[in-house]
Write a protein that binds this ligand. Sequence first.
Ligand SMILES: [Ca+2]
Ligand SMILES: [Ca+2]
Length: 246
Amino acid sequence: MEKGGRNIPRVLALFLCNFAVIVALYEIPAGSQEREIVVEDFHGYSSTIFTRWLIRDAGKKEASSTYRLQSDGGNWYLAADSKRNSIQIARRVTWNLNTHPILTWRWRGRRLPTGGNESAGSTNDSAASIYVIFQRAKVPFLPWDKQPINVIKYVWSTTLPVGRVLHKSKEKLGVTIYEGRFVVLQSGNGRLGEWISERRNVLEDYRRLFGSAPPGNPILIAILTDSNATESAASADYDDITITAR
Ligand SMILES: [Ca+2]
Ligand SMILES: [Ca+2]
């Protein structure tokens, strides 16, 4: 008890500044009868996406130069161009995973981080990634975005083969603050430049990857195109993040 009490301010400090901006939760009603719910199609923004997306570990200027809205034939999408940086952006969203377990999206790899290999810290960069983030535990006094999380990260890897799963975790002050499972969905440069549709049953993935039911519904969907570890550059586009009933 004493240990926990002493740790709380330090844990708080560790988590400070993870997300620079708090935006409204996009909550899909638990009883939603809609079969398909579009979480994000990148339409309806006046300029920046950071009215709805949170920026992790970066200033707005750098995030805005890394993630930009682009249009092609009237369709808006997110273009990501990372130069030696790693800026995760996240949309605060929750929905009933039991009724709507399927997550779909489209992405288009454009440039692979040189030598990217997510299994080692020194090369942990991905041309594209989509995260589904769950709150694992409830630590008293920590705000929602600072709580310990379990994460599924779907990646487009430079070198790892499709289907590879990686286990990651971070522990601080005796608390496992992060449990991650990386799943390689695309690999290498064979399909660069092509829009690819992905479809995942997140509920099944979670059970398979963590060996148990999720601790609750997801709290965030996040995006990362990064190139900091390999000190190179990476580019990808994203669109049509959608939740679908089983
Ligand atoms: Ca779109
Ligand atoms: Ca990285």
